[in-house]
Ligand binder design. Structure first.
Ligand SMILES: *Cc1c(COP(=O)(O)O)cnc(C)c1O
Length: 460
């Protein structure tokens, strides 16, 4: 059986009848890091881990997190700007990521006492922690103050609560961007008020300002940083140190090459999806200036770097997703499959041994698009395949679209969803159906070019 419906070869004119008539999605291949290529090419490793773990699992490669952190740090060095990287911890709970931050000299951005203690336990010092979140609990304030963390204050009320405790605290004031409907941060008037109010509190030291924008546009970030430089100057005149500006997170990730991504976007039709499912939007899986390149663009705009240097201001960034780029994947075992037809074309519905909660995108009413890899990677008959979870919910599908897998999957095969470390793998997991949570398996390079694995400390 040929590749059902995909009779138009890849690269066909968008909108050509052959493609539009198809019931099979175009390929959306993920970029692959060297460690992923080697692990996929290893004839035993993945099968051995699957045998030992006995269920779905996440692979983590923390050495890549170290590289990602260093790439951000290099941008600071090259633009001669004093800068600090704080990992936005909510993007992945693995202990090995926090340890990678400690190794590479990055701090961590946390928002709960659980995240705070997890970070300390992996060697991050209190002074290297940034604490964000609205109206943080008294307990979190107290712990953060005890550990000399930098606390991003979200409101005047929160500032007053901090001051009332009389414990010395280093704070940033979080700014609400003009024309933003965000529920976080303080308006221009509130910031003015907070700066003068804080000058009355001897225990509060205003170290600077922070913001976090949604979207991935460097320009509003650079503009906002420029405005906050003026605020730092004004705060200094009131006696505050005011030497730090945090640009927040939201640095893009380039999951899929631009050509394949635009082919998907131009040709996508609900005919590609099991039961005619339609999604309104997808994450921007192709991103021309990812992570560190985006930071460089921000620093270059309107000579922001020069202005930071001349005012002795330090920049903080809080990337979550971007530090996890190509640092992990999620592995399911195929339990079985059945054949269905769409417009007379057969396709396979697989059931794998986990749930879409370990891929999270379905919870944003969207689909995770980088194609899963069928392992072992052997030649066969191209087969259109959708992927369902081992649960009794109709809606629990890992992939609704008919993916052009290179062969028909059989029970025991592994299906590896690439680049899932950032938000996909563990942000929404629950032991639904009393299924165990997939453990995180940490890979490291061993002498002789082999890879070794161990369970992440968070799973022991
Ligand atoms: C979520 C969050 C981040 C990280 O965002 P990414 O998009 O993962 O880079 C950074 N800072 C704050 C305040 C956040 O809420």
């Amino acid at each position: 059986m040929g590749l059902t419906g995909a009779d138009a070869p890849a690269g066909a004119e968008p909108g050509s009848p052959g493609r539009n008539a198809g019931t099979v999605a175009v390929p959306v291949p993920a970029r692959r890091d060297r460690w992923e290529q080697q692990v996929l090419a290893d004839p035993q490793l993945l099968g051995d881990i699957a045998f030992a773990v006995g269920g779905p699992f996440h692979l983590m490669y923390p050495a890549r997190v170290v590289d990602n952190i260093r790439a951000f740090q290099r941008v600071f060095t090259e633009s001669r700007v004093s800068g600090t990287v704080y990992y936005g911890k909510k993007a992945n709970k693995a202990a090995c990521v926090a340890r990678a931050c400690a190794t590479a000299g990055a701090g961590i951005d946390i928002a709960s006492t659980g995240e705070l203690t997890a970070a300390l336990g992996q060697g991050i010092r209190g002074s290297e922690l940034m604490v964000t979140g609205p109206e943080k609990s008294d307990e979190l304030h107290w712990l953060a103050a005890r550990h000399d963390c930098l606390i991003a204050v979200d409101s005047i009320g929160e500032l007053k609560r901090l001051a009332a405790s009389d414990i010395p605290m280093r704070v940033l004031l979080r700014a609400l961007p003009a024309a933003s409907a965000s529920r976080f941060g303080m308006s221009a008037e509130e910031l003015d008020h907070a700066v003068s109010e804080a000058a009355e509190y001897p225990s509060i030291s205003v170290q600077g300002f922070s913001f976090h924008l949604s979207g991935y546009d460097p320009i509003p970030r650079a503009d906002m940083a420029g405005q906050l430089l003026d605020r730092c100057r004004a705060a200094r005149s009131l006696g505050h140190p005011a030497t730090i500006i945090s640009l927040g997170g939201g640095f893009g990730v380039d999951y899929v090459p631009a050509t394949e991504w635009s082919a998907f976007q131009q040709q996508v039709t609900r005919r590609w999806f099991h039961s005619g499912k339609a999604f309104e939007s997808y994450y921007p899986y192709s991103f021309p200036e990812p992570g560190p390149a985006m930071l460089a663009t921000i620093l270059e705009r309107d000579d922001l770097a020069g202005r930071l240097r001349r005012t002795d201001t330090t920049v903080a960034v809080e990337p979550g997703r971007a530090l996890l780029d190509r640092a992990g994947s999620t592995v399911f075992r195929v339990q079985g499959g059945k054949t269905r037809h769409e417009h007379g074309q057969p396709y396979r519905i697989l059931t794998v041994d986990g749930s879409s909660l370990s891929l999270s995108e379905q919870w944003f009413d969207s689909e995770y698009l980088p194609d899963p890899v069928l392992w072992p990677e052997e030649p066969g008959t191209p087969t259109a395949t959708v992927v369902g979870a081992a649960t009794c919910l109709e809606s629990d599908m890992l992939s609704w679209r008919r993916i052009p897998l290179p062969r028909a999957a059989v029970p025991g095969d592994l299906l590896i969803y690439p680049n899932t470390a950032g938000y996909q793998m563990d942000s929404n997991e629950s032991p639904f159906h009393e299924l165990p949570l997939p453990p995180k398996v940490v890979l490291s390079e061993a002498p002789g070019g082999r890879y070794r694995w161990a369970l992440d400390q968070s799973c022991q």
